[in-house]
Design a protein around this ligand. Structure first.
Ligand code: NAD
Length: 356
């Protein structure tokens, strides 16, 4: 049997545990996994692009467990009442190859992305940071805000979205969460006085959400919305002024903001900063950019964290996903049981079946 966390159970688990507590716990797991970076199989995700979006598979393994996430990115989806990003994932046992856990990952991706962003900011933003500009107040926004309050100490938010309804939605949710919010009149207005700028917009193009004149010395930019070839958020001039930090070089060169730069432009993988192998922020006036695209190890961490949290609790069920006959060589026994047989029924529209 495979443990199964469907949307209803994920919602119950998150509501009962609380987003801040999950972010704190998950950040410990994530730091542990980033510190053992060398133990993981790593490859850029497998992406299938269309003219409206992308569907991706994100696999990795630490030799004991294997995980993958299925995720899409379709910026036009909200106009049709659908999510831009949806996902599910699987954790498997490397020794047997059997899946052990299957989970919804749309909510979980928002939690893991927020955790990764805040973990990076803790290493890269000025330690006296209190104000964050949030450009794009869609799905990821509340999760980002809570993670930055919990892990970085952000107490004040300055928001901007091209869609007024998205800002209204955010303000409603933020009020219930006790977040202090200033609703800006433009991206320029939003970034004024901010210590950290998070860009989480969705647009399938080389967009310029931030221009160079919006960036002042000492700011940290958490750029999460540019995550596909031809889909970026920052003016390249910002990247030339900043020290750039990334997740996994091979993938980010294709998908991140740095796709706009020469292939040999310096960028530091975040795990190196965490392990003390490379410097993070070294000066108060330094401009840092976390060019985040989302990497498989973060999803592996999230699945591992949820599995440890929900196993043996009311927050998961089990599904019979693996055909596993008593005699491993007799798979046929599972389909030759006459009590399971159905009679084909032929109708004008084609064949259907009834259970005998
Ligand atoms: P969403 O569609 O729910 O929200 C995006 C918001 O951006 C919308 O409200 C839209 O109106 C706004 N927007 C678009 N263009 C804008 C602009 N120029 N200025 C201001 N606002 C603008 O999407 P989401 O699920 O919140 O995801 C946001 C982005 O983050 C997407 O591009 C997604 O692919 C990316 N993402 C990255 C990671 C990662 O790990 N780096 C993880 C999840 C999502």
């Amino acid at each position: 049997m495979v443990r199964f966390v469907d949307v209803a159970h994920m919602r119950e688990w998150v509501a009962s545990t609380g987003v801040p507590s999950i972010i704190r716990g998950m950040s410990q797991y994530m730091e542990d996994d980033f510190r053992r970076w060398d133990e993981f199989d790593k490859s850029p995700r497998v992406a299938s692009h269309s003219n409206v979006g992308v569907i991706e598979l994100m696999p990795t393994s630490d030799g004991v467990q294997y995980g993958f996430k299925y995720v899409n990115g379709h910026p036009g989806n909200p106009a049709a009442g659908l999510q831009t990003v949806t996902a599910f994932g699987v954790l498997a046992d490397v020794a047997s190859g059997y899946p052990i856990m299957w989970s919804e990952m749309t909510i979980l991706t928002a939690l893991r992305t927020a955790t990764t962003s805040a973990m990076a900011a803790r290493l890269l933003a000025r330690s006296d940071s209190t104000t964050m500009a949030l450009i794009g107040t869609g799905t990821q926004a509340e999760f980002q805000s809570l993670a930055f309050r919990e892990l970085v100490g952000i107490s004040s938010l300055r928001i901007w979205d091209t869609d007024p309804a998205a800002m209204e939605k955010f303000e409603r949710n933020a009020a219930a969460l006790g977040l202090e919010v200033y609703r800006a009149s433009s991206a320029h207005d939003a970034v004024t006085g901010a210590d950290i700028i998070t860009t989480c917009t969705a647009d399938k193009q080389l967009a310029t959400v931030l221009t160079e004149d919006m960036i002042v010395d000492g700011v940290h930019v958490n750029a999460i919305g540019g995550d596909c070839p031809g889909k970026t958020e920052l003016d390249a001039q910002i990247l030339h002024r900043a020290d750039i930090f990334i997740e996994f070089d091979e993938q980010t060169r294709i998908e991140g903001e740095i796709q706009q730069l020469d292939a040999d432009h310096p960028a530091t993988e975040l795990w190196q900063v965490l392990c003390g192998d490379a410097p993070g922020r070294v000066r108060a006036d330094q401009i840092t950019v976390f060019d985040s695209v989302g990497f498989a190890i973060e999803d592996f961490t999230a699945l591992r964290y949820v599995d440890d949290a929900v196993k043996g609790t009311r927050f998961c069920t089990e599904v019979d996903l693996i055909a596993d006959p008593a005699d491993p060589k007799d798979l046929f026994s599972l389909v030759s049981d006459s009590t399971l047989a159905v009679e084909p029924v032929h109708s004008a529209g084609g064949a259907s079946a009834v259970i005998r």
